[in-house]
Design a protein around this ligand. Sequence first.
Ligand SMILES: NC(=O)c1ccc[n+]([C@@H]2O[C@H](COP(=O)([O-])OP(=O)(O)OC[C@H]3O[C@@H](n4cnc5c(N)ncnc54)[C@H](OP(=O)(O)O)[C@@H]3O)[C@@H](O)[C@H]2O)c1
Length: 350
Amino acid sequence: MGTATGSKRRTVAVFGAYGHTGRFVVAELRARGFHPVAVGRDAGKLRAFAAAEPGPALDARTASVDDAASLDRALAGADAVINCAGPFAVTAAPVIEAALRAGIPYVDVAAEIEANVDTFAHFTERARAAGALIVPAMAFYGGLGDLLVTAAMGDWTAADEAHIAYGLSGWHPTAGTREAGAVSRERRDGRRVRYANGGLEYRDDAAPGLKWSFPEPMGTRAVIGEFSMADIVTVPSHLSVPDVTTYMTVEAAGELADPETPAPTASDERGRSEQTFLVDAVVRSGGVERRAVARGQDIYAVSAPLAVEAVDRVLTGRTRAKGVVSAGAAFDAADFLRALSAHLTVELVG
Ligand SMILES: NC(=O)c1ccc[n+]([C@@H]2O[C@H](COP(=O)([O-])OP(=O)(O)OC[C@H]3O[C@@H](n4cnc5c(N)ncnc54)[C@H](OP(=O)(O)O)[C@@H]3O)[C@@H](O)[C@H]2O)c1
């Protein structure tokens, strides 16, 4: 893993810095030699977070999505912004607007399907015209799956189907995850969504229950099919694949749905929980199958190196596209995944 390159230390604003994911992002930026600016809407929580941070004093600025001038002050002097404050239905557009005014790239960790669709729909043309880069869902959901599918595709430019199966040991969701789920359910009017036949489909029927054959040692497990995650937006945003389906192990889906499931707690010196994950991405074209598998620990913690690696690549010109782009479109997917070897074990098959 490299450190921030270039002649000066790169400054990266983190909106939602004192949230569970924001804290991992601030720590990762520091570990990689960036200068983080912690931004949040609550001055007291921001102060407490900055005071508790080890090392040199943290630059902390209060800003609210309802006050554009406060966002402009928060982004002043920053080379990029990472938005970790969800629901993104509320935060994405104002922070993107501020990034466009500041002329800096924007990366977020949004796992909300509709919010990610909105980011593509509302900002693609303006971002292209401005030569700006906006990378939504640059995290475990939406980002990692897209990188795995893109890497598995290899020299294919199209495929018949893509499948991403999430084998989580369990899922202790944060308050932010629960809130994102509630906002998404409300926006869907209680329906569920899938990506099939080249588009998003809203449906009233129950999601299918089936078995997924994960690589050993996980093996065959019961999963919920069409358990749609942000990958159903990011993958088809740049790859010609008419059916993109995501799956979730039933135990993890059950813990997520249970209001009694506690929030994640740290189990190691990096603050990661005990949760482990296996992400199995399979693409099929004309009867041929290719696969990419990632293994690691803690879906929230791993979102930090994903987002920070993206910012590092954007700030050092290692990007393939401008506008609103997902991880797989913006970066060399296989090279990106290799760069995360301290955080992820990745295997390409076929
Ligand atoms: N794609 C992925 O794989 C992935 C991974 C990690 C996280 N996420 C998403 O990232 C978001 C944060 O997750 P988390 O785990 O960090 O949750 P969290 O610990 O509950 O933190 C949420 C953060 O968002 C802030 N926030 C909420 N509404 C805000 C608003 N209107 N304006 C400004 N700040 C606001 C909160 O500030 P206050 O305390 O002041 O309310 C807090 O700092 C969620 O939407 C989650 O789904 C996605």
